[in-house]
Design a protein around this ligand. Structure first.
Ligand SMILES: N[C@@H](CCC(=O)N[C@@H](CS)C(=O)NCC(=O)O)C(=O)O
Length: 214
């Protein structure tokens, strides 16, 4: 059976778990990282030399890096669903996954750590203000893209929606100022209807407020 390691509150673990949920894959989950620790154990380092979560083991094949996990699971178990067999069609999804990792996710996590997780008296106002701006720019860009289509790669849900889509729950649940992005809000409403998103991404996170420790 597919095995997966990583604490459920971790952003990158949520991406992998969302993909597993979409594909309805039977799996065995092991808590790791944060309070559960274990990332420096030699056995874990053998699976992922970087000592980060998530990691999966599929019949002896270890895969780490959340986007790589989504792509692997999509290609193996989700052709026509998460993954498009046609390289040109698939490239429509791939670009948003990579953009999500390098931009939407990076800027959102910088904001989440710099603003939400840092105690108010230790926040750097300039750093936080810049991250608010970067996030606003990213979601405005997504808003323009989603003007003409319901999902990032086109008419249907695909792996493209997972990296940037995972940022939405915390971004919209935080008590912060946001730009007016109606098309992103409509996309977020579509994602919220998906059982796998509800189960793996829409998890309470209030206990992380003002807490830098995992
Ligand atoms: N680029 C990696 C990042 C992995 C990563 O940094 N994971 C974090 C959790 S989101 C982690 O391992 N943190 C250590 C911990 O939770 O103890 C990926 O996408 O999988």
């Amino acid at each position: 059976m597919l095995k997966v390691w990583g604490r459920r509150s971790a952003f990158n673990v949520q991406k992998a778990m969302w993909a597993i949920g979409e594909l309805g894959l039977q799996h065995q989950h092991t808590d790791a990282g944060g309070n559960a620790g274990g990332l420096d154990a030699p056995a874990f380092r053998e699976m992922n030399p970087h000592g980060r979560i998530p990691v999966i083991d599929d019949g002896g094949l270890m895969v780490w890096e959340s986007n790589s996990i989504i792509r692997y699971l999509g290609a193996k178990y989700g052709v026509g669903h998460l993954w498009d067999a046609d390289p040109a069609e698939r490239s429509l999804a791939d670009r948003w996954m990579d953009w999500g990792l390098a931009n939407a996710q990076r800027d959102f996590l910088d904001l989440f750590w710099g603003y939400y997780r840092t105690p108010a008296d230790r926040r750097d106002p300039d750093y936080v203000a810049e991250r608010f701006k970067r996030c606003a720019r990213n979601y405005q860009l997504l808003d323009r893209h989603l003007e003409t289509q319901p999902f990032l790669a086109g008419e249907r849900f695909s792996m493209a929606d997972i990296p940037a889509g995972t940022t939405l729950f915390r971004y919209f649940e935080m008590d912060i100022e946001r730009p007016d992005v109606p098309n992103v809000e409509a996309w977020y409403a579509r994602l919220r209807q998906r059982p796998a998103y509800q189960e793996h991404v829409m998890l309470p996170f209030e206990d992380l407020f003002g807490r830098l420790a995992y």
